[in-house]
Design a protein around this ligand. Sequence first.
Ligand SMILES: C[S@@+](CC[C@H](N)C(=O)[O-])C[C@H]1O[C@@H](n2cnc3c(N)ncnc32)[C@H](O)[C@@H]1O
Length: 354
Amino acid sequence: MSTPPPHSAALRALQLPFTNGALQWPQHSALFLHAQPGWPWRGFSAEQPFKQAADELLREGRATQVRADGPPEAGAGDAPLVLLLPPRQRDELRALFARALDACSEGGMVVASVANDAGAKSAEADLRKLAGGLEGTLSKHHCRVFWARKDATRTDTALLAQWRSADAPRRIAAPQVAGGGFQSRPGVFAWDRIDPASALLAAQLPGNLRGHGADLGAGWGFLALEVLARNPNVQALDLYEADARALELARHNLAEAGSEAALEFHWHDVTTGLPRSYDFIVSNPPFHAHDAADRPELGQRFIGAASQALRKGGRLYLVANRHLPYEAALAAGFGQVRELAQRNGFKVIEAVRT
Ligand SMILES: C[S@@+](CC[C@H](N)C(=O)[O-])C[C@H]1O[C@@H](n2cnc3c(N)ncnc32)[C@H](O)[C@@H]1O
């Protein structure tokens, strides 16, 4: 799980080959994959699966368009320059390199920037191998920036074909989930397993939830599936998730489960609040960002959004790492708060809006 921070060191490092003259910013048609807000040039097409960063890019107004992911014709190959801030997960990163090379025009440039502690060396080796060599590299701000020219005679086409589907959705076997498994893909939160905190929360869920509920930060849909499996009187459930890739998987997984409840899927930044009121809410909120540092304010804002959206008598079921300071936010938003379980470093909370 990650939320790209705006104006990160990798983004600053990525600007250097353009400011020192090693590379030219093209007049049009640059493509920026996993773009972050704060890029100073204009006139590029941005792809960013996380809603917060995508909204910020739109607000900045420097990108000509901002999309969650590539269009179906992504392999058209007409961008003279493709920038990317690769994700940490290796298969997702390799698929993004393949996508970058596909989208780049022959003779065009693919430029990436990766923090040293986020796998810069192996990412650089991957692009070198795929493109058949690098044109340049530099190190700055604890990051490596490296770029390759697209040259069909040097590209490793077998590797390209393999990496195109490196992060493709696939079935993960999981006896704990109704149906025996779920659809997932590398890069989304807990992509190939059931998160132990979510499993603990699921085990504490009551069986008498009813009405209209929400799952905040729904990931590939585990908690939502559990809510529906245990609560036949739930009439409607809205899933909110900032990562567009995860939300698509949740859509698939919930459809497969075949519940009669009405379902809605929102590509949404929960920290901005919720658009309607609810009878109950479940959440395993995010607690760290891209740099893996604790960000307790994220969970606190999820709690604030839940308390504002719950009707009187509405209940929040939340799981968190035991050390996270959520007590003040819970006390501010809810009349009754009690701990239902504490195990393996996690706590499960029930909070009632009175
Ligand atoms: C701890 S994970 C829980 C995922 C899922 N509920 C589960 O149990 O497997 C938190 C989820 O919140 C998402 N997320 C992070 N920031 C968010 C935000 N501002 N708004 C909505 N979702 C967010 C992450 O992408 C991640 O899928």
